[in-house]
Design a protein around this ligand. Sequence first.
Ligand code: KIV
Length: 274
Amino acid sequence: MNVKEIQALKGKRKITMLTAYDYPMASLVDKAGIDMILVGDSLANVVLGLDSTTKVGMTEMIYHSKAVTRAVKNALVVGDMPYESYQVDPKKSAENARRFIEEAGCGAVKLEWFDQCPEATEAIAKAGIPVMGHIGLTPQTIDKLGGFKVQGKDADAAKRLIQEARQLQGLGCFALVLECVPDRIARIITEKLSIPTIGIGAGPWTDGQVLVIHDLLGLYERFRPKFVKRYVDLSALITKAVEEYKAEVVGGKFPGPEHCFSIKEEEIKKLKDM
Ligand code: KIV
């Protein structure tokens, strides 16, 4: 999948996107035929146990993006630009975006809306790097939004979102994530844009959907937003498997003969005099 193929899906069929942060998960998501894989800065929460996405930097994001691109054969891999890579100094944004492409092998980058977002987006797009926008609830600047709340709930706030969406499209974004916005506002934005919108907590009318893979698989227990659908409870399955392993080791049931390597009796006899 490349950017053009993703864009061509708008109006034809829904676009699928999930996060992945390592080789085994990225392989599985790719084999399942997901169109785009986001190496999200949600890595901070669901993999590293941190309390804010602002606590991961370029080092962690490039390291995990490399593991993902090693696994992926078909999906478009999107590297999520961490806070330090473009919000601290927007002039560094294109340079850092290029590292995702050249060092990590990603096909595109994503960045969240903030005050100087247009400047950073323009610099990345002008450098020829495919860039995805992200508006609505933007966790990197959650303090400015007054916490984890649905965005665009009144007409003025919704107008601002529509303007941001139009501006990002005009600056060259190839697609746009809409996070935690009322479904009817997401529909208006989707209809007004020619680029695909990818929703998370934005209802059914966006051009595609994205979820954090740990939420979908029931691997993250700390926080469960309303918009998440858990398709399987892997935490329970993993805990059960680990408990069984412990019981079998303690009870002498594992390893069984089928897990052992044998040696001929005559070779053992040769050891008798030792
Ligand atoms: O980091 C992330 O996982 C994201 C998605 C929630 C879109 O940005």
